[in-house]
Each structure stands twice: as C-alpha cells, then as structure tokens.
Design a protein around this ligand. Structure first.
Ligand SMILES: NC(=O)c1ccc[n+]([C@@H]2O[C@H](COP(=O)([O-])OP(=O)(O)OC[C@H]3O[C@@H](n4cnc5c(N)ncnc54)[C@H](OP(=O)(O)O)[C@@H]3O)[C@@H](O)[C@H]2O)c1
Length: 335
C-alpha cells in the first residue's frame, strides 16, 4: 500500500479567536526529494503566536498563509532519505517545515542538530527561536544591570520564562505576570522569580504590581500589550527600558485597540521603548545558542515544555496559546 502523508491546511481566515474549523486535516502522497533536497519525518512541531498574524489576509511582518495550503512553521525531524551531500539518513534537523508528518526541504533551509547535546525538541524552544528572542531581547534591548527590577508578561510561556531566568542569572529582581495560580506557583517555586502575579485574579493588577515593584520597574519585557502593559508602564523608573517583544492580547482583536498614550511617561522618565524581532540578531544566533546550551547544561535555566500528542491536535495546541493552556514551550509531538 502507498505510504501517505497527513497535513493540516488553513481553510478559513479566522475572525477574532481562531476556531478548529479554520483548519482541515488531509492526506496526500508522500513527497519525494529532488537533488539538493531531503525527506524529513517530523518529530516535533512548534506552535507560535506569530502564526496568528499570518492567518489574516493582510500582510503583517510576514506574508499571509495561502488558503487551502499546508501551514508552514518551525519543526524538528529525522532525515528519512537524502539527495544532499550535506545530510545523511538519520540526521536530526530543524527548520521552517510544515504542519505535516513528512516534509521535503532544500538543504539550505534546514540545520543539523546534535541529539546528544540536548533533547531535539529544545531546537524549537530554549535553543531555538523563543530562547534566542529572550536572550537577545533582554540582553541587547533591555540591558539588565544587577539589582534592577525586571517585569515580564506571559512570564510562564516559552519566551517569558526564559527572560525571567536570564534576568535572574544577571542578578536582577524578577516579577512575572501570567494567567493562573498554577503559573504563579511555577514561577516562584521552579523558576525562582522574586514575585509573581496572576493577572486574572486578583482583578486589581495595579495594586499587586505596586506591591511587588516597590522600587519601580527598570525593565518591562512586554509580551502581551493591552491593559496589562498599561498597568506596568505606570511604574517605570527613570531610564527604564521596554523591549516590545509581542502583543498577544491584541492578536485576536477585530478592532483597533485604544489604550494609554505612553509618550509623556517615556519623556518624563527618559525611558526607551523599542520593538524588536529576533531575526535582526540572526548573525549572532550561534553565540546565543552556545550560551543558552551552557546555562541549560549547568542547570541555570530549566527546560519546560507543554507537549500535545498527534498531528491532528496541532490546531488545538495552537488555540491553547490564546487560552493560556501552555506552561513553557508549546510543542506537538508527531512521532
Ligand atoms: N519579537 C519577536 O521576534 C518574537 C519572537 C517570539 C515570540 N514573540 C512574541 O512573544 C510573546 C510570547 O510568545 P511565546 O512563543 O513565548 O508564547 P507563550 O508565552 O509560550 O504562549 C502564549 C502565552 O500568552 C499568554 N496570553 C494569551 N492570551 C493572552 C491575553 N489576552 N492576555 C495576556 N496574556 C495572554 C498565555 O499565558 P497566560 O496564562 O499568562 O495568559 C499564553 O500561554 C508573543 O507575543 C509572541 O508574539 C516575539
């Protein structure tokens, strides 16, 4: 019997919060590699908040996903057959692949990973895009100094949990904001943050923040935007730095969101707010990976993964990002 591939297509552009009916599971023939290509068996898929922007019709920072085509995203897998002199059958690789069980990739678009160094899934988390985002966003834009207070939102997620741990390595005081009691416990007990706030309870996040940041806020690493960020801005110190990493609270909004006008605050505190994209540090990724791998090996940062099993559950895992279901990096295990 012919071996088949299973893929997930985007069949409808979500309006507001995506729904499982926006996606469709289909079968297709197994692809075959041409010269310079490899056939990869997917082991882990990454679901990431930025993918929501690519589901819209309008170009955000990356082109929209075409309708009725397989969704592309970061993945890790094993090479099943190779028509590239650079890769052998059995090599583990990561790259921009797709929501499918088998992918064909050009040799220039995948990177070999060493399974003896760390679990291969880490190429999508600590040692992948989220880890590098936390590393460069905090160190290059936030520029943490010992004793400073760092506040991070979505602090129990892939990027946020690493930002807080790197800030601790740099001898900062860390206050994490996340959306459940379980996440608060995780940030305090497992990640060693100094304070943690559940923004869903108590409702008065302002009072909790003021209590947790008695010396004000020197760095606010913003992953969420919206009302949570407005509350943190009110507490910034002189010369505060605000790396704008993401705005997940706004990604499913159907209308433009109003909010605080921050310019006066930035001026009064001679503060800097700077948006960044991890790709701007691409020429330094090796440096970032080496340092993150060393911290991971030395137990200075913890590996935390939220794993959902089965390709068919990929849309569910993706939706879970917007419901706060993940603690650590959200991944789908395919095999
Ligand atoms: N600039 C870059 O290059 C770059 C690169 C990677 C990621 N990012 C951005 O970084 C942020 C975090 O990404 P990630 O991959 O680490 O995801 P993540 O934090 O692992 O997962 C997303 C988390 O966001 C929180 N969240 C969802 N909806 C929310 C809302 N309405 N208000 C407040 N919090 C909400 C949820 O946690 P709670 O339970 O706490 O609500 C959820 O677990 C995202 O905004 C993403 O777009 C930017």
């Amino acid at each position: 019997m012919e071996r088949m591939n299973r893929q997930i297509l985007l069949v409808k552009r979500p309006l507001g919060m995506p729904d499982e009916s926006d996606f469709k599971l289909v079968q297709s023939p197994l692809p075959s590699p041409q010269d310079g290509e490899v056939l990869i068996e997917t082991h882990y898929l990454s679901v990431d908040p930025y993918m929501r922007g690519r589901m819209n019709e309008r170009k955000a920072f990356a082109p929209p996903y075409p309708l009725n085509e397989v969704i592309t995203g970061s993945a890790v897998g094993k090479i099943m057959s190779s028509r590239s002199p650079r890769f052998n059958t059995g090599d583990f690789v990561s790259g921009m692949l797709a929501w499918e069980e088998y992918s064909v990739a050009n040799e220039n678009n995948v990177r070999k990973i060493n399974p003896d160094l760390a679990p291969v899934s880490t190429a999508l988390g600590v040692l992948g895009m989220p880890g590098l985002t936390a590393y460069f966003g905090l160190l290059e834009i936030g520029k943490p100094q010992p004793g400073e207070t760092v506040v991070v939102s979505a602090a129990a997620g892939a990027v946020g949990a690493l930002v807080g741990q790197i800030a601790k390595i740099k001898s900062c005081r860390v206050v994490g904001i996340a959306g459940s009691h379980r996440k608060v416990k995780y940030m305090l007990d497992d990640l060693g943050f100094d304070a943690a706030i559940n923004y869903k309870n108590p409702s008065d996040i302002r009072a909790s923040l003021t209590k947790s940041c008695r010396d004000g806020v020197d760095i606010y690493f913003d992953n969420v935007g919206g009302d949570i960020s407005d509350c943190v801005f009110a507490l910034i110190n002189d010369n505060a730095r605000i790396p704008i990493c993401g705005q997940i609270s706004l990604y499913n909004m159907r209308e433009t969101h109003g909010g605080l006008r921050v310019q006066a605050l930035l001026m009064a505190h001679t503060a800097t707010m700077q948006g960044f994209r991890v790709s701007q540090f691409a020429d330094r990724f090796d440096e970032g990976r080496t340092q993150l791998a060393e911290w991971l090996r030395d137990g200075k940062i913890k590996l935390s993964e939220h794993i959902v099993e089965g390709l068919e559950n990929t849309p569910k895992a993706f939706l879970g990002l917007f419901r706060g279901e993940n603690l650590g990096k959200s991944l789908v295990k395919i095999c």
